[in-house]
Design a protein. Structure first.
Length: 245
């Protein structure tokens, strides 16, 4: 029986279905990639940035610098990192993953998150996604944070704990709420189930989500993990809102 190699199969698929940009569908050299134009349209976040919040600085103030926002309102989590600003092509990618039934985009975004968050991943004992409430999960059919966490954990060879954190209270949509309203909306929304506590206790957790906005969700989730015995919680997202001030 004729054996067909994997490389031959991939080549045949490439002829039938040429790889294209995940944003604009222009031709690319490999599958699940971005074309040069869309790549240049992403506002990547690189150092110098606040070591706590991961927000970019306009000038390099030296290693270990923390922003005034992190000093005025220290987050519950230890460190946050994001691939890029939540704008332009990055916003399109998040919306297509989250609302456009494009679950395959998690592979592209997760790979980029793995690169940007390699320091956090190296320190992590456990990778945990921000969970959806069961009713929202039923209506959306998948949790985008869980898809991203699976990619990040796999590439970083870290233990993935999908059910280590539960969303026990259905909250209002965060869109349109102020910072204070977001915090109030998430009070008591997360909990570590009793059966997951032994997995969380004494571990440094890497919390995964698609977007970091005000940090209210990340703070609420981190607080629940710390109360369950986690030693620290870091946050890694694909994009984050950057407010110029």
């Amino acid at each position: 029986m004729l054996q067909v190699g994997a490389a031959t199969v991939r080549a045949a698929i490439g002829i039938l279905y040429p790889p294209s940009c995940v944003v604009c569908r222009a031709a690319t050299g490999e599958a699940q990639a971005l074309c040069a134009q869309c790549w240049c349209g992403i506002g990547f976040i690189e150092r110098p940035y606040c070591e706590r919040l991961g927000t970019p600085f306009e000038i390099d103030l030296g290693p270990g610098m923390v922003s005034p926002a992190a000093i005025a309102e220290p987050p519950v989590f230890a460190r946050a990192r994001a691939v890029c600003r939540f704008e332009g092509a990055a916003r399109d990618l998040v919306h297509r993953l989250k609302y456009g039934d494009r679950a395959e985009l998690a592979l592209t975004l997760g790979r980029m998150m793995r690169q940007s968050g390699h320091e956090l991943l190296a320190d992590a004992d456990l990778v945990v996604p921000v969970p959806l409430h069961r009713t929202r999960l039923w209506s959306r059919r998948f949790n985008q944070a869980a898809l991203l966490a699976r990619v990040v954990a796999g590439l970083g060879e870290r233990t993935l704990a999908i059910t280590a954190l539960a969303r026990v209270r259905r909250t209002r949509q965060q869109v349109g709420l102020t910072r204070a309203q977001r915090g109030d909306n998430l009070q008591g929304a997360f909990r570590v189930p009793p059966q997951a506590r032994p997995l969380v206790q004494g571990r440094r957790i890497l919390l995964i989500d698609d977007v970091l906005t005000t940090g209210a969700t990340a703070n609420a989730a981190a607080r629940a993990l710390l109360r369950a015995g986690a030693t620290a919680v870091d946050v890694l997202t694909f994009a984050r809102v950057v407010t110029e001030r």
